[in-house]
Structure formats: structure tokens, C-alpha cells
Design a protein around this ligand. Structure first.
Ligand code: CA2
Length: 175
């Protein structure tokens, strides 16, 4: 039997045998406007084009993006996160936009479902107005990537997938 293969009793299925990892990408308010306004801050790439780049990166990493979700509504974002917990999403790439700095409700939803997530930002929030330096989400996130434009999403996805794989390997150890 090859190494890492599930065998006799007391050995759980190896990570290699599990289903493809499912990733949800969530974007908050106004990010639907990407590439059309405030190009000096957020760049000229549209959300559609960024989503395609994320999809290619996911394919390269061997994971599946189950949905690219964007909403301008805090309640809708909370509901989408709750649903992610119920549908077996493995990890979330999240740009909560302005709700990063204001939303206890979103933080509570993320903490309640305990789906690992990476917080991403296009801009370097630490080099902008002081109110952008506080996040309600970052201390419960696996990590934070900010300031690399759309590449923040790709870097965040890669970091999240590596984190999830490490965690899977550790939980797969024979008992
Ligand atoms: O840098 C980021 O990704 C932000 O999450 C973007 C948010 C901002 O409130 C955060 O502090 C940092 C704003 C998103 C607004 O997106 C627009 C895109 C194009 C045109 C206008 C707004």
C-alpha cells in the first residue's frame, strides 16, 4: 500500500484522497466599480478580470473556486459567510472593503462559522487614512495581504491554500 494511503483501522483517509479544496472569494461594497473609478488608488483592472486571474491561480494550485461573490450589503455578506459554513467551503479569500473597518456583524459571522479566511486589500491600508488601519477581521484571519493591487488576492489565495494543506496534513496523521 503506498505511503499516505488509508489502510487499516485507526488510519484516516489521506489528504491526497480527499476532495478538491473549495475556495470562496468574497468582495464587499463598491468593489464592483473596480477599474472604472478611482484608478489612481485601486488600479485599472476590472473585478471580472481580477476574478479570472484568481481562477487561473486556483487551477495552478489545484483548488476550486466555488463562487466569486460580491455584495454592497452588509447583511448579504453575513448571509454568504454563514452559508459557506454550511456548504463545506474550506477557505475564503475576503476583501470586505469598508466593512473591514466597521463591521462587528461580519466578524461575528466569520468567528461563528470558523471557516479559515485570508483578509486581502488592493491598497496598502496602513499608508492611508488612520481609520483604515483598524480591521475588525484581521485578528481572526489566517493572514492579511494588502497593497499589491489585484496580486494581493493571488498571494492571499496561495498563502491560504498552503495553510489549509499544512493543517490537513497534521489532522491526517495516524492516531
Ligand atoms: O484596498 C482595499 O482593497 C480596500 O478594501 C478597498 C475599500 C476600502 O474601503 C478599504 O479601506 C480598502 C474600498 C473599495 C472601493 O472600491 C472602489 C473601486 C473602484 C472605484 C471606487 C471604489
Amino acid at each position: 500500500m503506498p505511503a499516505g494511503t488509508a489502510g487499516g483501522s485507526g488510519v484516516r483517509a489521506s489528504f491526497a484522497e480527499k476532495e478538491v479544496m473549495k475556495i470562496l472569494v468574497v468582495n464587499g461594497p463598491n468593489l464592483n466599480l473596480l477599474g472604472t473609478r478611482e484608478i489612481g488608488i485601486y488600479g485599472s483592472e476590472t473585478l471580472g478580470s481580477l476574478n479570472e486571474r484568481v481562477r487561473s491561480k486556483a487551477a495552478e494550485l489545484g483548488v476550486e473556486v466555488v463562487e466569486f461573490y460580491q455584495s454592497n450589503s452588509e447583511g448579504e455578506l453575513v448571509s454568504r459567510i454563514q452559508k459557506a459554513g454550511a456548504e463545506g467551503v474550506d477557505g475564503v479569500v475576503l476583501n470586505a472593503a469598508a466593512y473591514t473597518h466597521t463591521s462587528v456583524a461580519l466578524r461575528d459571522a466569520l468567528a461563528a462559522v470558523s471557516v479559515p479566511f485570508v483578509e486581502v486589500h488592493l491598497s496598502n491600508v496602513y499608508g492611508r487614512e488612520p481609520f483604515r488601519r483598524h480591521s475588525y477581521l484581521s485578528d481572526v484571519a489566517v493572514g492579511v495581504v494588502a497593497g499589491f493591487g489585484g496580486d494581493s488576492y493571488l498571494l492571499g489565495l496561495e498563502g491560504l491554500v498552503k495553510w489549509l494543506r499544512r493543517k490537513r496534513q497534521n489532522t491526517d496523521k495516524p492516531v
